[in-house]
Design a protein around this ligand. Structure first.
Ligand code: 0O2
Length: 224
């Protein structure tokens, strides 16, 4: 029903001929920007996959469990620009947002997070723009994760362009927590949201203690 309605609405929208090119141009530039971020993600994940493959062969254990990635949705790009007081445009998004392209690395142990971050940022083509260590400094709600904004060169047909990518590195337990908390945060009409936040904070503390203890055990039996 909704689909039919929007089709009917769209059919009735007439774009004046002399302005149609503006829409087409903007759409094309947006598509191009997304393609460039997609390529940047590809470059970062390739680097991580190389590290993962190497460590699987050279070490007894691979610290990288999973690599996930995402491109920020147009709606979220616009919302974040508005929230931070920036103009909503293609240029503004690439100038002002650091996380249009995002890569998430999931590890077993806290120590793995720092190992991977170091391995990645010590590669000489990577520029480290900033680090937010929410493991050493957890957010008030209990959120823990290690965030880096990096710039990675992408070789296009006519130029080399440094692209920004947000890399989030966290343990499986931290990821489990963040994914539930994210769902709670975006769910509207939660009647007992304050109590829910307290329960989530408690879970985050339990998870942090468990992550620390698991690391200790792994170190004691020399697997890390
Ligand atoms: P989404 O839906 O993941 O895209 P900055 O980008 O540095 O200008 P920002 O965005 O506050 O400012 O940076 P920060 O704190 O590094 O957070 C970036 C991302 O980390 C967020 O992206 C979330 O993915 C994640 N994150 C940060 N804080 C929390 C939290 O409290 N809970 C959960 N579940 N995730 C968090 P977006 O753009 O908010 O959303």
């Amino acid at each position: 029903m909704e689909k039919e309605l929007s089709k009917a609405v769209l059919a009735n929208i007439s774009i004046p001929e002399d302005t149609a090119h503006i829409f087409a141009e903007t759409a094309h530039r947006f598509e191009e920007m997304m393609m460039m971020y997609q390529c940047a993600i590809q470059e970062v994940t390739t680097k991580l996959e190389v590290l993962s493959r190497e460590m699987s062969v050279r070490n007894n254990r691979n610290p990288i469990e999973t690599i996930k990635f995402r491109i920020k949705k147009p709606k979220s790009i616009a919302e974040k620009l508005i929230r931070n007081g920036f103009e909503v445009s293609v240029d503004s998004a690439s100038q002002n947002l650091n996380d249009v392209a995002g890569v998430r690395v999931i590890c077993s142990f806290i120590e793995d997070i720092y190992t991977i971050a170091k391995m990645l940022t010590s590669q000489d083509d990577i520029h480290l723009v900033n680090v937010k260590d929410y493991i050493k400094n957890p957010k008030e709600n209990g959120y823990r994760s290690y965030h880096m904004i990096i710039e990675i060169p992408v070789f296009f047909s006519d130029r080399k362009q440094y692209m920004r990518v947000e890399v989030q590195i966290r343990t499986m337990a931290m990821d489990f927590w963040a994914s539930l908390e994210h769902k709670v945060r975006y769910k509207k009409d939660i009647p007992n949201s304050e109590e829910m936040a307290l329960r989530l904070k408690k879970c985050a503390d339990v998870i942090a203690a468990t992550d620390a203890e698991m690391l200790k055990i792994a170190q004691e039996i020399n697997i890390i």
